[in-house]
Design a protein around this ligand. Structure first.
Ligand SMILES: Cc1ncc(COP(=O)(O)O)c(C=O)c1O
Length: 466
């Protein structure tokens, strides 16, 4: 019999230690190295096309090669001075947990095949439900916020019509419509297209000039839509918008959903992490009224992508939409993940958060949030001193601002900062204005990094006004 190829087999303890340390060394330049890719686009292409797959190499060399390509060719979005995205620096306990999940590779779509892993995953998911006041609810991990939001849409459609399961959107005599603010994450449009609703089903409710959904406008739009061929089935408020981290009026949106008897979802992809901080629950006030909530562990909870969570008050709607019977899968108690969630084969994503809660704990998360709120407060005091104007009123550590000293174009400033490559921030449109965007998601960021950012901004402005 042929033997298994040697390169597939890995048991040597010493080498594993060496490989782990090689992986850990990827953190080295995240503290204060360059944020921008070091290589040009052409250099990235050249270096990758030079890799010769016809000649296998030892694992440690292949790891070194891959790490080197990523080190030089990727934006270091997980580094201390990347203030542009919600990408965290992955915390080591979560990374180690993820490696363990990869090595043991439990198939958690069937409970009886991975009883311990599934129970661990459900323990974390149940914890999230309880924190959202969904004692009888259910939660599961998703690939990210978009899949979580899509699950909420499917659950809402099932709730709106029991015929949806059989006939899809054809079950509705009118066009089913869902309501989000104009400043929401526009994965909603993708979701509407992918679920067969069509982009026109997404009704963008205007904001009140501060990036928050206009609740009055929402009520009026739903009432008008009912008269003009729409069948409203869902409101999705955002708790922490992607651009400026504004919080929609959660209570008012809930009341409108209740009065209209439609599903109420809260998309708290980033800010929902604060459920782990008892001292800051007030910031999420109203989230506990939702029928479903999205939280991304891979944003502010410092675990690697992709790990989203969807929590639902009533487990039945989503379970119905995914339910299926096959001869080749066990017919368990009806709770197996393959029949209650969108995915079939499933990675043990919950282990990342399990490891974080075991090692860092809720107190550790509170410390992280303390750090981030303090950094944003510090930046808010610095910006006006140098002629930059903060444009949002978010209570969360996301700041959008622009140059009011010279009225320079925000995109030009962002490009100039980016050209130097030592620090990174975003650019978004906010209430008709082009603004720069700062957020904190890395546990590595310090006050010195904020000073560094301030300096980079002022330098960029000097260069542009020369
Ligand atoms: C409020 C909000 N919802 C949804 C998403 C999409 O999440 P993901 O990228 O994990 O799919 C994001 C991403 O930034 C977000 O900010």
């Amino acid at each position: 019999m042929p033997k298994p190829p040697a390169a597939f087999i890995y048991t040597d303890q010493a080498d594993i230690t060496e490989l782990l340390s090689q992986i850990g060394s990827a953190y080295t330049n995240m503290k204060d190295g360059s944020v921008a890719p070091v290589w040009s686009d052409q250099a990235i292409k050249d270096n990758i096309s030079a890799v010769d797959f016809s000649k296998p190499i030892p694992l440690d060399q292949a790891l070194h090669e891959a790490a080197n390509l990523m080190e030089h060719g990727d934006l270091r979005s997980a580094s201390a001075r990347c203030f542009g995205y919600f990408n965290p620096t992955s915390a080591w306990p979560a990374v180690v947990g993820d490696i363990l999940a990869a090595v043991r590779n439990p198939q958690i779509c069937v409970t009886s095949h991975a009883h311990a892993s599934v129970t661990m995953e459900r323990t974390i998911a149940d914890m999230v439900c309880k924190k959202l006041d969904m004692q009888a609810g259910t939660a599961h991990f998703t690939s990210g916020g978009s899949e979580a939001n899509e699950t909420a849409v499917l659950a809402a459609l099932c709730r709106a019509s029991s015929d949806y399961i059989e006939h899809g959107v054809r079950a509705f005599a009118k066009t089913p419509s869902l309501y989000v603010s104009a400043d929401s994450h526009l994965a909603w449009i993708k979701i509407a297209k992918a679920t067969g609703l069509g982009a026109a089903a997404v009704r963008l409710v205007p904001t009140t000039g501060d990036g928050r959904m206009d609740a009055q406008g929402l009520g009026a739009m739903i009432a008008d839509d009912r008269q003009s061929g729409f069948y409203p089935f869902m409101i999705a408020a955002t708790c922490g918008t992607t651009g400026a981290s504004m919080i929609d009026p959660l209570h008012a949106c809930f009341e409108i959903a209740r009065d209209n008897n439609i599903h109420y979802h809260v998309d708290a992809a980033w800010a929902g992490a604060l459920i782990f901080d008892k001292t800051r629950l007030g910031l999420l006030a109203g989230i506990e009224t939702a029928d479903s909530v999205t939280i991304d562990a891979h944003k502010w909870l410092s675990v690697p992508m992709g790990a989203g969570i969807i929590a639902m008050r009533d487990p039945s709607f989503a379970a119905n939409v995914f339910s299926v019977k096959t001869s080749y899968m066990p017919d368990g108690d009806g709770q197996d993940f393959y029949i209650t969630t969108n995915q079939w084969s499933r990675r043990f994503l919950g282990l990342r958060l399990w490891m974080m809660l075991r090692v860092v704990g809720e107190t550790g998360y509170r410390d992280l949030f303390d750090q981030h709120f303090a950094l944003a407060d510090y930046l808010r005091t610095q910006l006006p001193k140098y002629g930059w104007t903060v444009r949002n009123t978010s209570p969360l550590p996301v700041i959008v601002f622009d140059d009011t000293k010279h009225g320079l174009d925000s995109q030009k400033i962002a490009d100039e900062v980016e050209r130097h490559g030592r620090v990174w921030l975003g650019r978004v449109d906010f209430e008709g204005r082009s603004v720069l965007r700062f957020c904190t998601t890395s546990y590595l960021s310090t006050k010195a990094d904020i000073d560094f950012l301030m300096d980079a901004l002022n330098t960029a402005r000097r260069t542009l006004t020369k």
